[in-house]
Write a protein that binds this ligand. Structure first.
Ligand code: NAD
Ligand code: IPM
Ligand code: MN
Length: 361
C-alpha cells in the first residue's frame, strides 16, 4: 500500500529543512520497504500570499483532505506578511479544519547534546507535551470596538468546550498510562483565570477517576515554567491548553539544548482528516538562507509521521539514526546550534547515510 503525503515547505528555513526531512524519509522507507508518494504544494507560504493575496487557494481543503498526511516546514515572514495573517491563513486553518486537536511534542535530551541546565544528562529529560490544538486561547471569538478613539477596546475570548477539553485530556491520560512512569501533569492557571481554568481543572479531576494507575499533579503555568528549568526530571506527560502548550513546547526543547531538534505531530486521532507533521520551530528569518538550520526537528517529525502511519520500527530506526549521529559529536557534521560548524545538509546527509548503513531492521 502506498501513502500519499502532501509536502509544504512554507517560508525561511522551512525551505531548507524540508529536503533533509525528505532525504531521511526516503532512506528509511527504502530500507523498510515502505511506499510513500510525495506531492509538493507551493501554497501556505508568504511568497504565495504576495502573488495571490491569500495564503491558500480557495479549494485547499478539497486538494488536501484525501492525503494520508501533511509534511510541513515552517510558515511566517513578518517583513512580507503580518504574522497573524500568514499563520491564521495557513497552519491554524489546517489544525482547525482537519480537526487536528492533539499537538504532540516530545522533549528529550539526546545523547551528545549539552543541556543548558547544569548537570542534566540524557534520561533526565524525557517527556511529552500534549497541547490542545483547536480551541482555548486561540479562538476567533472577539472583536474591536471604537477603533481609533481613546475608548478603543479589543476582546478575544478563550473557548473551552467539554468535548474539546475531554478529548485532549483523554489522549494525555492514555499516553501517560502507556508509559512506564504513568505520570500526568496538568498546566493550569485557575488561581487567576477564574472561569475557564477552574473548568479545565474540574475536567482533569473527572478524567482522572477513569485512570487510577496514573499519578496526576497540576501546577499553575508560572511555577510550571520554573519547574521545567529546575526539575525537568519530574515530568512524563504534561497536558495544557493551546497557549500554555505552545509556551511549554518551546521551553521544553530549549532545556534539551536547542529548539532546532524538536518535532511535532498535529494529530486527528480518528483519522477523519490528514494529520500534520512539522518541527516546533518557525521560519527563523535570522538564519534563513545561511544553510545552517538544524534539520533534526523536521527529520524527527518525519519519524512521528511514520509512527502515525503504522510504521513503528521504521520510526524507531530513524530516531536511532538521529541519536547515533548526535552521539558521534562530529563537529564537521553538526549544525552551529548544537556546537558544530556543519550545515543543514551535512547533518541531514549524515542521518540519511546512517540509516542506509544500518542494515539490521
Ligand atoms: P523561530 O522558531 O523561527 O526562531 C526562534 C529562534 O530559534 C531564532 O533565533 C532561530 O534562528 C532559532 N531556530 C529556530 N529553528 C532553528 C533550527 N532549526 N536550527 C537552528 N536554530 C533555529 O521563532 P520566531 O523567531 O518567533 O518566529 C519566526 C517566524 O516563524 C514568525 O513568522 C513566526 O510566526 C513563525 N513561526 C512559525 C511556526 C510554524 O510554522 N509552526 C512556529 C513558530 C514560529
Ligand atoms: C507553533 C507556533 C504557532 C502556534 C504559531 C506560529 C501560530 O508557535 O506551532 O508552536 O502558536 O501554534
Ligand atoms: Mn510555538
Amino acid at each position: 500500500m502506498s501513502h500519499r503525503i502532501a509536502v509544504i515547505a512554507g517560508d525561511g528555513i522551512g525551505i531548507e529543512v524540508i529536503p533533509e526531512g525528505l532525504r531521511a524519509l526516503k532512506a528509511v522507507t527504502e530500507r523498510f520497504d515502505i511506499a510513500l508518494e510525495f506531492q509538493t504544494f507551493d501554497f501556505g507560504s508568504c511568497d504565495y500570499y504576495l502573488e495571490h493575496g491569500k495564503m491558500l487557494p480557495d479549494d485547499w481543503f478539497e486538494q488536501l483532505k484525501d492525503f494520508d498526511a501533511l509534511f510541513y516546514g515552517a510558515v511566517g515572514w513578518p517583513e512580507k506578511v503580518p504574522d497573524h495573517i500568514s499563520l491564521w491563513g495557513s497552519l491554524l486553518q489546517f489544525r482547525r479544519r482537519f480537526d487536528q486537536y492533539i499537538n504532540l511534542r516530545p522533549c528529550k535530551l539526546m545523547p551528545g547534546i549539552k543541556s543548558p541546565l547544569a548537570g542534566r544528562e540524557p534520561g533526565d529529560i524525557d517527556f511529552y507535551v500534549v497541547r490542545e490544538n483547536t480551541e482555548g486561547e486561540y479562538s476567533s471569538v472577539g472583536g474591536k470596538m471604537f477603533e481609533g478613539t481613546d475608548r478603543e477596546v479589543v476582546i478575544q475570548d478563550t473557548v473551552m468546550t467539554r468535548t474539546g477539553v475531554d478529548r485532549v485530556l483523554k489522549y494525555a491520560f492514555e499516553l501517560a498510562q502507556s508509559r512506564p512512569r504513568k505520570k500526568l501533569t496538568s498546566a493550569t492557571k485557575s488561581n487567576g483565570i477564574s472561569i475557564t481554568m477552574p473548568y479545565w481543572d474540574e475536567r482533569v479531576e473527572a478524567m482522572a477517576t477513569g485512570y487510577p494507575e496514573v499519578a496526576v499533579d497540576k501546577f499553575h503555568i508560572d511555577i510550571l515554567t520554573a519547574n521545567f528549568v529546575l526539575h525537568p526530571d519530574w515530568f512524563d506527560v504534561v497536558v495544557g491548553s493551546n497557549l500554555f502548550g505552545d509556551i511549554l513546547s518551546d521551553l521544553g526543547p530549549a532545556c534539551t539544548g536547542t529548539i532546532g531538534i524538536a518535532p511535532s505531530a498535529n494529530i486527528n486521532p480518528e483519522g477523519n482528516f490528514p494529520s500534520l507533521f512539522e518541527p516546533v520551530h518557525g521560519s527563523a528569518p535570522d538564519i534563513a538562507g545561511k544553510g545552517i538550520a538544524n534539520p533534526i526537528g523536521q527529520i524527527w517529525s518525519g519519524a512521528m509521521m511514520l509512527e502515525h502511519l503504522g510504521y513503528q520500527k521504521a520510526a524507531d530506526a530513524l530516531v536511532k539514526a538521529i541519536e547515533a549521529v548526535l552521539e558521534s559529536g562530529d563537529a564537521q557534521v553538526l549544525t552551529p546550534d548544537i556546537g558544530g560548524n556543519g550545515t543543514t545538509q551535512s547533518l541531514g546527509r549524515a542521518i540519511a547515510e546512517r540509516i542506509a548503513a544500518d542494515i539490521s531492521p
